[in-house]
Design a protein around this ligand. Structure first.
Ligand code: ADP
Ligand code: NA
Length: 330
């Protein structure tokens, strides 16, 4: 396969993926499987940076894979696998740990955010070095493009720095990747507090659209989204963050330019936009729920997809690791 490579990972979580995950990342996974030799993984190694119950972790990993397939990943057109099935991730991760400065790692804002949430003395060393494992995740596949949300940009920068550092020290080994962030949907905001990003950990239940919520709940959340005291439906993220967020979501899910939406809602009230968006959301999540359930009801198919994916991923990862070890002097 001569197409450029894409690689991304998503954590298994209890409950479903949320709309920010879908619009910021998963939608791009689906698009890139056409143009790229794409590798997508459920990152269970990253999940254990915080305490996990073994049975729940195992179930959530399969649940995440089922949702990715339901969202449109096609195992005939991309490689879908589970990170822990490919031991080279941990192996290259160690190498990258030894290439990263402590101060450099300390500057990662995601660690600061995540450890602050847990209480600094509860945070594990694994949480601290998770961006470095992510570097290994990407470099193993010689990825050129990494589809992620805006919050991951700093980690892709670190990946570029470490690839260049290794190449400079040991000879050309790794492809230097670029983030693939869609400007419009790189950051989807909380529906109740459009000043913060929609996120599993920071959003309140009403501000978070879980893709597997009961569609009635989803519609209710959309209809009670926080907007502003003005009435004009206009894209203006600075002054109208709530309405702008709704317009972006509507525009992406219906493939309609924001400018066209502004025109069609001229003279209408926020309620009209919310009612329409609630309907669009329900039409989107209803088949998604059904497809996810189909994959969960057929564990043999799911296991076979993941086993084949791991085999394909390993072939690529093993080659990169062997070359890396050789360069290092192992
Ligand atoms: P969370 O931030 O809710 O913990 P993850 O860290 O598991 O979610 O994110 C998985 C993917 O979804 C990443 O590529 C991340 O950048 C993207 N993502 C998460 N939240 C958002 C958001 N609100 N808007 C856009 N992309 C997002
Ligand atoms: Na995130």
């Amino acid at each position: 396969d001569r197409r450029p490579r894409a690689l991304s990972g998503i954590q298994p979580t209890a409950g479903s993926f949320h709309l920010g995950n879908y619009l910021g990342a998963i939608r791009q996974y689906v698009a890139l499987q056409e143009s790229h030799d794409a590798f997508y993984m459920v990152v269970d190694l990253h999940a254990i940076t915080v305490p996990q119950d073994p049975a729940e972790l195992r179930a959530n990993t399969r649940f995440a894979a089922a949702q990715l397939l339901a969202a449109g990943l096609d195992p005939e057109r991309c490689t879908l696998f589970v990170q822990s099935h490919v031991p080279e991730h941990a192996q290259l991760g160690w190498v990258m740990n030894c290439l990263t400065g402590f101060g450099e790692a300390s500057r990662m804002t995601q660690f600061k955010d995540k450890s602050a949430k847990q209480g600094a003395d509860r945070a594990t060393v694994g949480l601290f070095t998770y961006p470095i494992l992510q570097v290994a995740d990407i470099l193993l596949y010689q990825a050129t493009h990494v589809p992620v949300g805006e919050d991951q940009r700093q980690h892709i920068e670190l990946t570029r720095d470490l690839a260049e550092r290794f190449n400079g020290r040991f000879g050309e080994t790794f492809t230097v990747p670029a983030p693939y962030i869609v400007k419009e949907t790189g950051k989807i905001y909380d529906l109740q507090d459009p000043a913060i990003k929609m996120s599993k950990s920071a959003s309140t239940p009403k501000g978070l659209i879980n893709l597997l919520d009961d569609p009635k709940v989803t519609a209710k959340k959309v209809k009670s989204a926080v907007t502003d005291t003005d009435t004009v439906i206009r894209f203006d993220p600075e002054n109208k963050p709530g309405v702008s967020n709704l317009l972006v979501i509507m525009s992406t899910l219906t493939d309609t330019p924001v400018a066209d939406l502004e025109k069609s809602y001229e003279g209408k009230m926020y309620g009209a936009l919310k009612t329409d968006l609630a309907e669009v959301m329900v039409d989107f999540v209803t088949p998604f729920r059904a497809r996810t359930q189909e994959y969960l009801d057929d564990p043999e198919t799911l296991d076979s997809v993941l086993a084949k994916g791991a085999e394909k991923a390993r072939a690529v990862a093993a080659e990169t690791l062997a070359q890396t070890y050789d360069r290092i002097g192992f």
